[in-house]
Design a protein around this ligand. Structure first.
Ligand SMILES: Nc1ncnc2c1ncn2[C@@H]1O[C@H](COP(=O)(O)OP(=O)(O)OP(=O)(O)O)[C@@H](O)[C@H]1O
Ligand SMILES: [Mg+2]
Length: 1207
């Protein structure tokens, strides 16, 4: 533990991090009896402190600190830790690791405002509900670079350790912050980010802002992302005034040197239902109320909104202001954040406009048409506003809402809608717009935080809702709880892996239990094929599925088959539930009402299509990929319905995909776990409700962590330390003055004392203890120390007493001597000789003094005369010195002036020589350049000639090509003519075909006519045949009667003959008629038929000819096209070549110009050279003159020097 002076570096925060030494020592000295101090279960307080009075037959009697005496089961009392462990910083170090110990440790620390506490791998934070000065810059600086055990628990320590691990282990890091709503996750997340931004800003110089993109520095941008996301994703709830209604994972990337490189954000599960519905004590997303503050009046106008939230029923179902939040201030922050993040003006206005449009959606009204189910708009004013903001046509939008077009099979049909249906569609649409916009903002922020700087490792911070059990749990809660189940599994696994590593390293024999597997059954039940999510997604595919079929399927599949799936236990006043899941943190009842709809999340496609064409660019962009997804789903609908990763994704599928990604990310990191606790429901600072906290400790896995911890060997000490600390327990086993290995010593020591020997193990470098044993050793050590200290004290006291005694003896002896002397003096005091002696003694001394005085006087006089002589001499010498000095100065001045002259001349000479050298060099350079230029010139001329050749060749080519072009054109003309002829011919053919067809038709008609006639004739024949048979019968009759009456009358004979004649006649006529009919009809028919055939053949032939002609025409057409194409190609070639030629000519010209320029340059160089030569000669002359002058001066100065010295 640190000293007070060490804690000074934390500044005013020190007292909130660790108690001063004095207080700690005082607390440790409190009286304590390990055998009787217990916690006892209590119905009101959950656990209270007390004193064990007696234990009997499984019952224990305890006197509580409140003065009550209670008798409880033995299981209901728990041992307390000695005061040494009071307010301990890492709870795993406690001797007794039980629920009440953990609770009271947190409680006592919280009471002293120490809100951070470790519990093994966890850092537990209790929401203080007031701002403590523990996040200042001094504190950041104090935590920088410290190991976890070197500093008091803090979120900064976690952050800094993550940073250190990242640099040392070269591994990604993550900080997982979970907890119930209002527990402080977001506050701590912001602290982590603040920490990295601060330390990065200390080290790095500010990056140059890139115009257009970066508006602020990366640190500023990372911090600015928060206000914007919070404005759109946070809202007031019953538990938290600024509750995040989405989860987020922020990754901060660092470069190889540990500098901030970039950042990105991933979000999860935005609660979009809040846009259209709020409870009475809650509020919708902050942004709505921020916009309505009227702080930016121009926005009110642009969005067509008022400043009264009650004008918008959709967002004023609950409260409209929050005491702890100043909407104007927050709005300024949001608006600035948008600018800092680098959104452009269009995007910014687009965001605000869509937000306004969402707000207006709640005011849309629809009514029922008379005598119909159909809905129709009730006023169009609101729709007009929405349409204006979204860039739509208001009438189209209303039509799409009331009469959406839906796909039935392969056809689109218009469908009627009832009023509730339209209202549902409207609310679904505005929620969708809000959500899409939020997700888009995240994407844009990511684009802007992505700096393209080299990044190597990242530290991710996860701020996501913790496990919770409500009375009514729906799909969203299942997703949250499932996420937490996965995170807990991740924690268990990490802990297991770390333990395993440690045990393996230390060679401890230990049967490993992967605690991550404890959670497997529940996780599998949710996510595996045929699990809850997969059944839900499958049901969403069936149009006929309903909540009941879904529930039945779940029960059929899982009830009684997995222990994690249960039937909910009915209870009074409990909300209806359909199944229960056994999570690690408790059993949760889920209600499945509406899951299918929530999961499918259907939208009015007709309106979406309008959105896609909206003139509000942002809106169109948000939905640009929407239809594509649906179309793909429709095409893959039949066979690919079950295909994974299809474009049509249910909410749960998206969630699962995101969670999968998150888990993969996390698995590649070294995790740090932070657990936030909400101490009370009333937001009171300093008050901790035991039940609430214990419930959270169970839910967030802290107690689970301790449970796992207790199964292994949580306490461990290095052998050296162990020996040193616990040697006192039995010092005799470690012989003094003889070397003994620390491990051996520890083994011997532990073996010799009276403890449970199964409770510890020896590793290679450490000794491992089960929870509790170390406490026992500590107690033994304390007892032993107490006896030892008493003994030492006794010895010391005895030693001191003995010394005192010796002194006392000496004092007694001295008193005796003094007494003896005084007595002797008293005896001789009046003796005369002694009196004489006293009188003489002072005189002896004064005679001697006189002589000494005389001698001193003599000495003094001598000294005085000496001094006067010396002074006179000094004066004389001083005068001389002054004159000499003056002389010297004069001479020096003269010399200096001479030297100056000399150096001046030398300098000038040097300068001239230098300029001469320079000029020579320049001359050389220029000559060289001239040579180069000449060479280039020659080369260029060569090139030019070559290019000219090439050019002429190309020209020839062009001519050739032009010729061919002309030829081809001619050919084209010919072909075109031919085509024209053919077309004409074809037209005439067509005409004749038409004529023939007409004729054919006429013939067919005639044919028909003839057939009809034939039919009539046949009918006639039939009637005649009938008459004939009748007549024959009559004849037969008559013949019969004739035979009978043959002999009666001749007259009858005659009659008979007559009749026979008539009969014959009739017969003849009949035959004739028959023949006639037969012959005439058939012949005509045959004739007609053959004519028809002929005509048909003719028509066919004509048609064939026509087809041939068409084919021919097509062929010619194709040829024409080909030729046209070719000519075009040729033309293009020609132009291309022409271009080339032009270019080359241009080049030639530039080369020529360059050559001329070079020549000119060469000439100027030449003239300059000449000038320089001339100058040089002049300079030479001047130098000579100067030199002679210098020589003269030198001689003069020498003369002067000589005369000086002579003087
Ligand atoms: N460390 C702290 N210091 C001071 N106040 C705090 C601290 N942590 C939390 N609070 C207070 O508690 C409130 C809720 O905290 P926060 O918003 O972080 O909760 P949360 O866990 O993110 O909840 P939710 O899940 O609803 O988003 C804060 O607005 C703040 O007033
Ligand atoms: Mg939050």
């Amino acid at each position: 533990m640190s000293t007070d002076s060490e804690m000074e570096q934390y500044g005013p925060a020190a007292i909130y991090l660790r108690k001063p030494e004095r207080e700690r020592i005082e607390a440790q000295a409190a009286p304590f009896d390990a055998k009787t101090a217990v916690f006892v279960a209590d119905p009101d307080e959950m656990y209270v402190k007390g004193k064990l009075v007696k234990k009997e037959g499984g019952k224990a009697t305890v006197e509580t600190d409140g003065g009550k005496t209670v008798t409880v089961k033995e299981d209901d009392i728990h041992p307390r830790n000695p005061p040494k462990y009071d307010k301990i910083e890492d709870m795993v170090m406690m001797t007794h690791l039980n629920e009440p110990c953990v609770l009271y440790n947190l409680k006592e620390r919280y009471a002293s405002w120490m809100i951070y506490t470790y519990s093994g791998l966890f850092c537990v934070v209790v929401n203080p509900y007031k701002w403590l000065p523990v996040y200042d810059a001094v504190v950041v600086a104090a935590y920088r670079g410290k190991k976890r055990i070197e500093a008091p628990p803090h979120i900064f320590s976690i952050s800094d350790n993550a940073y250190q691990f990242m640099q040392i282990d070269r591994e990604n890091q993550s900080v997982l912050i979970t907890g119930e709503s209002g527990a402080g996750k977001t506050v701590n997340t912001k602290r982590v980010i603040q920490y990295f931004a601060t330390i990065a800003a200390i080290g790095a110089k500010k990056a140059e802002p890139t115009p257009g993109k970066m508006q602020g520095s990366l640190e500023d941008q990372i911090i600015a992302a928060n206000p914007l996301l919070e404005a759109y994703g946070n809202a007031k709830t019953v538990r938290n005034d600024n509750s995040s209604r989405f989860g987020k994972f922020i990754r901060i990337h660092f470069g190889a040197t540990g500098k901030l490189a970039s950042a990105d954000i991933e979000t999860y599960l935005l609660e979009k239902s809040r846009v259209t519905f709020q409870l009475s004590a809650e509020r919708s997303y902050h942004i709505f109320y921020q916009l309505m503050t009227g702080h930016k009046p121009e926005l009110l106008e642009a969005l067509l909104i008022t400043t009264n939230p009650y004008d918008y029923p959709m967002i004023s179902q609950g409260e409209i202001t929050v005491k702890s939040i100043d909407d104007i201030e927050e709005f300024i922050a949001t608006d600035t954040a948008i600018d800092i993040l680098g959104f452009n003006a269009d995007e910014k206005l687009g965001i605000y406009k869509l937000t306004g449009a969402v707000m207006h959606h709640g005011n849309m009204k629809f009514k029922q048409k008379q005598r119909e189910e159909q809905a129709e708009p009730d006023g169009t004013e609101v729709a007009d506003k929405i349409a204006y903001l979204m860039g739509l046509n208001s009438a189209d939008m209303l039509k799409a809402l009331c009469y959406p077009r839906v796909k039935v099979g392969n056809e689109m049909v218009t469908k009627g809608q009832t009023v509730p249906q339209v209202n549902n569609a409207v609310s679904a649409l505005c929620k969708s717009v809000y959500e899409k916009m939020f997700l888009w903002m995240v994407i844009r922020i990511n684009e802007m935080l992505d700096t393209k700087q080299a990044r190597q490792f990242y530290i991710g911070v996860l701020d996501i809702a913790g496990f919770e059990i409500f009375d009514f749990n729906s799909l969203e809660q299942l997703c949250i709880n499932f996420t937490n189940e996965k995170l807990q599994q991740f924690f268990n696994h990490t802990m297991f892996v770390l333990e395993q590593e440690e045990y393996k390293k230390e060679g401890i024999e230990w049967e490993f239990i992967d605690f991550g597997m404890d959670l497997a059954s529940c996780i599998e039940l949710i996510e595996k094929p045929l699990g809850i999510f997969s059944i839900l997604e499958e049901e969403c595919m069936f149009p006929k599925a309903s909540d009941t079929t879904f529930k039945n399927k779940l029960h059929d599949q899982h009830l009684g088959k997995t222990k994690a799936f249960e039937k909910p236990k009915p209870g009074k006043g409990k909300a209806e539930a359909h199944f229960a899941l056994v999570h690690y943190a408790g059993t949760v009842d889920y209600n499945i009402t509406g899951w299918l709809d929530k999961n499918k999340d259907p939208l009015n496609e007709s309106v979406i299509q309008l959105y896609q064409k909206a003139s509000n660019k942002l809106l169109a962009f948000l939905y640009a990929s929407h239809g594509a997804a649906d179309e793909a789903a429709a095409s893959g609908g039949k066979k690919g319905g079950k295909k994974k990763g299809g474009a049509f994704q249910t909410v749960s599928a998206v969630f699962r995909e995101n969670l999968g990604k998150l888990m993969t990310n996390l698995r590649s990191t070294h995790p740090h776990f932070v657990r936030c606790l909400i101490p009370n429901e009333s937001k009171t600072p300093g008050l901790m409700e035991n039940f609430l906290v214990i419930h959270q400790l169970r839910c967030n896995g802290v107690l689970e962590g301790i449970r796992i911890c207790r199964k292994g060997f949580p306490s461990r000490i290095i052998y050296g330390d162990f020996k040193q600390r616990y040697k006192v327990l039995n010092a005799s086993v470690i012989p003094e003055g003889q070397f003994i290995d620390n491990k051996k010593a520890s083994e011997k020591l532990l073996g010799s004392i009276d403890v449970d020997h199964t409770q510890y193990m020896f590793g290679h470098t450490k000794v491992f203890f089960k929870a509790g044993l170390l406490g026992q050793l500590e107690e033994m050590r304390d007892e032993k120390l107490a006896t030892l200290v008493t003994m030492t004290q006794a010895l010391c006291r005895a030693y001191l007493m003995r010394r005192e005694f010796v002194k006392m003896m000496e004092r007694r002896e001295s008193i005796l001597t003094i007494q003896y002397n005084i007595r002797s003096f008293m005896n001789v005091k009046n003796w005369p000789w002694l009196k004489v002696y006293f009188k003489i003694k002072p005189l002896l001394k004064s005679a001697e003094t006189e002589k000494e005085l005389q001698q001193m006087k003599e000495n003094y006089d001598k000294m005085k005369s000496d001094l006067a002589a010396a002074l006179a001499k000094k004066k004389e010498l001083e005068e001389k010195m002054v004159s000499l000095l003056q002389e010297k100065n004069d001479l020096q001045l003269q010399v200096a002036s001479e030297i100056e002259n000399l150096s001046d001349a030398e300098e000038r000479c040097e300068g001239l020589i230098k300029s001469k050298i320079q000029l020579e060099a320049k001359l050389k350079e220029t000559t060289e350049r001239l040579e180069d230029e000449e060479e280039i010139n020659a080369e260029l001329t060569g090139k030019k000639r070559k290019l000219e050749d090439e050019c002429s060749e190309l020209k020839k080519d062009i001519d050739d090509l032009e010729l061919t072009l002309a030829k081809v054109e001619k050919e084209k003309h010919a072909t075109e003519n031919k085509v024209k002829n053919l077309t004409e011919e074809m037209a005439s053919q067509d005409e004749s075909i038409a004529k023939l067809t007409k004729e054919k038709k006429a013939l067919q008609e005639a044919h028909q006519q003839t057939l009809d006639d034939l039919q009539a004739e046949e009918d006639k024949v039939n009637t005649l045949t009938k008459a004939k048979t009748k007549l024959e019968q009559q004849v037969d009759d008559l013949e019969g009667s004739l035979e009978k009456e043959q002999d009666t009358s001749s007259h009858l004979e005659r009659m008979k003959k007559n009749l026979e004649v008539t009969v014959k006649d009739l017969q003849h006529r009949l035959d004739e008629a028959e023949n006639l009919a037969m012959k005439g009809g058939k012949k005509q028919l045959q004739k007609l038929e053959s004519r028809v055939r002929e005509l048909e053949a003719e028509v066919e032939a004509e048609q064939r000819r026509g087809a041939d002609a068409v084919k021919g025409v097509r062929k010619y057409e194709r040829r024409v096209k080909e030729l046209t194409y070719q000519t075009e190609e040729d033309k293009k070639n020609v132009t291309r070549l022409q271009d080339l030629v032009d270019k080359l000519q241009l080049k030639v010209k530039t080369y020529k110009r360059q050559a001329e320029e070079a020549e000119e340059q060469a000439n100027t160089h030449m003239s300059r050279l000449r000038k320089v030569q001339h100058e040089m000669e002049e300079a030479q002359e001047r130098a000579d003159i100067a030199e002679s002058q210098v020589n003269k001066l030198r001689a003069k100065s020498r003369d002067a020097g000589k005369s000086d010295s002579a003087e």
